[in-house]
Every structure is written in C-alpha cells, then in structure tokens.
Design a protein around this ligand. Structure first.
Ligand code: SF4
Length: 190
C-alpha cells in the first residue's frame, strides 16, 4: 500500500490517539510530574539500598515484613534511576534467597544419564575441585609457540551469570586468572 506523506501523518496521529485513549502511552513519570509522584506498590517498612549488579548504581526500596523481603522496587527519590529499573535490577526479588522456586540442593546428572540425583555440597565441591585440577594439569601451557611465557590453560572456560553481583564477579575473575583461565566471560557481553 502506498501512502502520501499527509496520509501517513494522519494515520500515525490516529494510532497514537488510540494508544493514548487506552492509557498505554502514558509515561510512568515525567520531569514535570517529578519523581516523587510515582506511587509505590507496597508501602511497608521500606529501606533504601543500591542495586548490586552494575556500575550504574540504581537506588531501590526494599520492603520487609517479619524479617522477610516482601517487595522491591526502584526508589523514586534516587537521582540516578528516579524509580526506574532495568529488567535485571527489577527482577532481583526473584533471584533472592527467599524465592521458593530457587533450587536449594545440589542436583547432579552424570554423563549420559537421564535423571538428576541429589548430592551434598561437600561432594559437589570436592568433585569440582578434582575435575578443575585434573583438567588444568593435563592442559597446562607454559610457553606459547613463540616461546613467550604464558602460564595458562585453554581447556577451562568460565561463564558468568546475570545473578552474580559485583563482588561475586570480582572474586570469580580473581580465581579464574589465578588458575590461568583465559576464556573468562559474562553472558551480558555475548
Ligand atoms: S537496575 Fe539495572 S542498570 Fe540499575 S544498577 Fe541494577 S543492573 Fe544496573
């Protein structure tokens, strides 16, 4: 279908008008309204905090009841995010220890098996350490093809997750570099 410029503008105007009538185009906050006019979803004992995930440093309000986190949302009075949150920061509540859907036990599926078996943390940590050591020992590269000292292994890779906070990312990168791992990534960069 071919549209003239005038017809296109008329149609766009009608579309935007329809959305506005439905209330879908209304912004959550505008500069004119001021950030403090965003209503909080749950007003219960809020405490201010900072999102642990990235260097933007958005402010959040955490509400708790009987020692448990019951709500978490962007702080409307924080100068950086003014009540907003990206998908990762906004989903912190789901990643928290109080989410009943989180796995709380070690599950292991041996190579070729179809089922998962429950294991203890002691077993899992021992196995992980054993496998890292044997893989690293068997694939250690002291010097590259030009004879330069490199001290690395290319047989182990580390992939970070969205639920790692800044401190966890720091510790993991320190550990991987100490092990000589060079394939060190975070999924947000892929
Ligand atoms: S809410 Fe998103 S942008 Fe803000 S600090 Fe957290 S991860 Fe970074």
């Amino acid at each position: 279908m071919e549209l003239s410029r005038r017809e296109f503008l008329k149609l766009s105007g009608a579309g935007a008008g329809g959305i506005a009538v439905l209330g879908l185009a209304k912004p959550r906050v505008t500069q004119a309204q001021g950030p403090t006019e965003i209503p909080l979803h749950k007003k219960i004992g809020e405490t201010t905090t900072i999102c642990p995930y990235c260097g933007v440093g958005c402010g959040f309000l955490v509400a708790s009841e009987n020692g448990k986190v019951v709500n978490l949302e962007g702080d409307p009075e924080h100068p950086i995010n003014k009540g907003g949150a990206c998908a990762k920061g906004g989903a912190q509540f789901q990643l928290g220890a109080q989410n009943p859907l989180r796995l709380s036990k070690v599950l292991y599926r041996s190579p070729g098996a179809a089922d998962w078996e429950e294991k203890s943390w002691d077993w899992a940590l021992e196995e992980i350490a054993k496998r890292i050591k044997s893989t690293r020992d068997a694939n250690w590269i002291e010097k590259d093809s030009a004879g330069a000292l490199v001290n690395r292994t290319e047989a182990i890779a580390s992939m970070g997750s969205a639920s790692l906070d800044n401190e966890e990312c720091y510790l993991i990168s320190k550990l991987m570099r100490a092990l000589g791992v060079v394939y060190l990534e975070h999924h947000a960069r892929i």
